[in-house]
Design a protein around this ligand. Structure first.
Ligand code: 13P
Length: 246
């Protein structure tokens, strides 16, 4: 049985007063025991958020380097020293605004795995890709280095997040059946490489305008194991409705 996971990616939102208030709010809500709830706040809050009692905390990114002269970055070792267990990598906003590609993202994955931190590895096609019906090919190429250079045992410590870029922050959501088809496709890629047992164990999350009005239907799909939530994670009521919609 795969873990059910809901991640709130706060991106670059909330000043410290609002951030701590929302954390406090979320910590006071009771969530189903079988759902892992993860918050990815701006990195400036990670140290104090790491003391959260119920929620798991993730970073939104990590350096591909060990420690050293890399101004502005933070390392997997630093995340590990805060006892953090998750880090998002390869988000489409990092790909788009920081020119990140598979080579760099896989180096980040390697750093994280070295410190026993689960990468939440993002992939997803653009609207152009979908319109030209290249979406499966694009997602396959985004995952090919990961599939070819990592071992099955690494995949047991990894989460995939499928986030179609055209659905992020736009209010457009993938049809649950379209999202399911992509999730199944990703699981089959893992199956082809590492076999069914590993493929069945990897959580695959959906992200892109996931909200209280559509989360139930999305999460009811066989291969959708939860969500990576942006905008709707900034409101305690919306986020908790999403968490309760399995
Ligand atoms: P929205 O839920 O705001 O569309 O963002 C999704 C996302 O990018 C989460 O990482």
């Amino acid at each position: 049985m795969r873990k059910k996971i809901v991640v709130g990616n706060w991106k670059m939102n909330l000043n410290s007063e609002k951030a701590y208030k929302l954390l406090e709010n979320l910590e006071s809500i009771s969530f189903p025991n079988d759902v892992e709830v993860i918050i990815a706040p701006p990195s400036i809050y990670l140290d104090s958020f790491s003391k959260a009692k119920k929620l798991f905390i993730s970073s939104q990114d990590v350096s591909s380097n060990d420690n050293g002269a890399y101004t502005g970055e933070f390392s997997a070792e630093m995340l590990s020293s805060l006892n953090l267990k998750y880090s998002i990598i390869g988000h489409s906003e990092r790909r788009q605004y920081h020119g990140e590609g598979e080579d760099l993202i896989c180096k980040k994955a390697r750093q994280l795995l070295k410190y026993n931190i689960s990468p939440i590895y993002c992939c997803g096609e653009s609207l152009e890709n979908r319109k030209s019906k290249n979406h499966f090919q694009v997602v396959k190429s985004q995952l090919s280095r990961l599939l070819n250079e990592f071992r099955g045992s690494d995949f047991q410590n990894l989460i995939i997040a499928y986030e179609p870029v055209w659905a992020i922050g736009t209010g457009l959501t993938a049809q649950p059946s379209d999202a399911q088809n992509m999730h199944l496709f990703i699981r089959q890629l893992i199956d082809d490489k590492f076999g069914l047992e590993i493929a069945q164990s990897v959580p695959i999350l959906y992200g892109g305008s996931c909200k209280p009005s559509n989360s139930k239907e999305l999460f009811s799909m066989n291969d959708i194991d939860g969500g990576l939530i942006g905008g709707a994670s900034l409101d305690a009521d919306s986020f908790s409705t999403i968490i309760n919609s399995f």
